[in-house]
Design a binder for this molecule. Structure first.
Ligand SMILES: Cc1cc2nc3c(=O)[nH]c(=O)nc-3n(C[C@H](O)[C@H](O)[C@H](O)COP(=O)(O)OP(=O)(O)OC[C@H]3O[C@@H](n4cnc5c(N)ncnc54)[C@H](O)[C@@H]3O)c2cc1C
Length: 369
């Protein structure tokens, strides 16, 4: 019998925090997930593309490569088991000019390095036969990529935690933690009923607040908290029939996968996200960005009618790199990084964090075993 109120506390009930809670609860640990909002999944996890990524792009051996592939392999069976909607529609990465061919070849080579299933190179004619209306000179197909109901997924994770006796405390912002000399942490949560609890282990998965939360853990060295950069991406929705079944992506751009096309689970076509560095958490979509979307999208879909796009929503990536800097890996920081026992602090969980979430949870739970 543990002398703590909980074996583990997770800060943040987004996809990643809930997946960490699930992985810990599955191992028989008593878990509390603290969430500042009044509902789960109100952060980055509800402002994304809902794409289950194949895992094509990420550098060999990186967390992003390993956890995206492992997370996606675990995700589809989880969605099946919980009857959560998804469409494994597959994805085409397309080159629309000769200048993009080397980038496409690099993506195909990296995808094979990353052990992504079913990758095949297509001629432009082969790709256009699959998706009439598409314009490209070559493509890669990734049959394992898809779209899924991310909110249903998070609800299922919450259900799994609660079914194992764990708790997801809503309206309970984490306010601070202090290490206990014999091990574990004393934690303070605010909200209508401020509470102090003890936990044997602490996982911080608060998305865009990762740096602020780490700074509230006593003894966390300030020099080990990475700088936060905000990478905003906006989406535009198409009026009219969705033109393609598969996800359509251009080759990646520095810092992001590039503005892409998806047919969402409701059957509507959505384009985005672009990338702009911002200073504040402002989710407004500037209609003025439409001009850039028309010219970009028409490279692979020349049939996009004038006036068919309307502003939809925006998301903000919790980035660890500024403009022009190389894109770093996820940070899954244990004691070797910050010196505090029984603490795993997550930083920079941008894309493909949703796809990777089950595997991130497994990694975190193994570290705390
Ligand atoms: C535009 C965009 C598109 C993306 N597209 C994809 C995609 O298609 N596929 C994919 O795999 N990934 C995608 N991603 C990445 C993915 O959305 C994220 O990696 C993932 O959702 C991160 O989940 P999280 O749980 O770490 O963060 P969040 O979902 O932000 O959860 C963190 C939670 O912590 C809570 N919190 C914060 N501070 C506190 C506190 N002090 N106390 C308690 N709770 C707190 C927040 O309220 C929030 O609920 C995209 C991201 C963006 C921005």
């Amino acid at each position: 019998m543990s002398s703590f109120d909980f074996d583990a506390c997770v800060v943040g009930a987004g996809a990643v925090g809930l997946a960490c809670g699930y992985a810990l609860a599955r191992r028989g640990r008593s878990v509390v997930v603290l969430e500042s909002e009044r509902a789960i999944g109100q952060g980055v996890s509800s402002r994304n593309s809902e794409v289950a990524h194949g895992g094509l792009y990420y550098p060999t051996g990186s967390w992003k490569a390993r956890l995206c592939v492992a997370g996606r392999r675990a995700l589809y069976p989880f969605l099946d088991a919980h009857q959560i909607a998804y469409r494994k529609c597959g994805k085409l990465v397309v080159a629309t000019s000769a200048a993009e061919l080397p980038k496409l070849e690099a993506v195909a080579a990296q995808a094979r390095e990353n052990d992504v299933e079913g990758i095949a190179e297509l001629t432009g004619a082969e790709a256009m036969a699959l998706e009439p209306g598409l314009a490209c000179i070559a493509a890669i197909i990734s049959p394992e990529s898809g779209v899924f109901d991310s909110h249903g997924y998070m609800l299922a994770l919450q259900g799994e935690i609660e079914a194992r006796g764990g708790a997801v405390a809503l309206g309970a912002p984490f306010e601070g933690a202090a290490p206990i000399a014999e091990g574990g942490f004393t934690l303070r949560a605010g909200g209508e009923v401020p509470t102090t609890v003890t936990a044997g282990a602490l996982v911080t998965a608060p998305g865009l607040s990762a740096q602020a939360v780490a700074a509230r853990v006593e003894g966390f060295p300030a020099g080990k908290i990475p700088a936060r950069h905000l990478g905003k991406g906006v989406y535009f929705r198409l009026a009219g029939r969705a033109p393609f079944e598969r996800l359509i992506y251009p080759p990646p751009i520095p810092g992001a996968l590039g503005t892409h096309y998806r047919k969402d689970l409701g059957g509507q076509a959505v384009f985005g996200p672009d990338l702009a560095y911002v200073e504040t958490l402002d989710y407004a979509v500037d209609p003025g960005r439409a001009a850039g979307f028309y010219s970009y999208v028409r490279r692979f879909w020349p049939g996009l009618p004038d006036g068919a796009l309307s502003p939809d929503y925006a998301g903000i990536r919790p980035k660890l790199h500024g403009p022009g800097e190389p894109q770093p890996d996820f940070r899954i920081d244990g004691p070797e990084a910050h010196g505090l026992a029984s603490l795993v602090a997550l930083f920079g969980i941008e894309s493909p964090g949703l796809t990777a979430s089950l595997a991130i949870g497994e990694e975190v739970a193994q570290r705390l075993a």
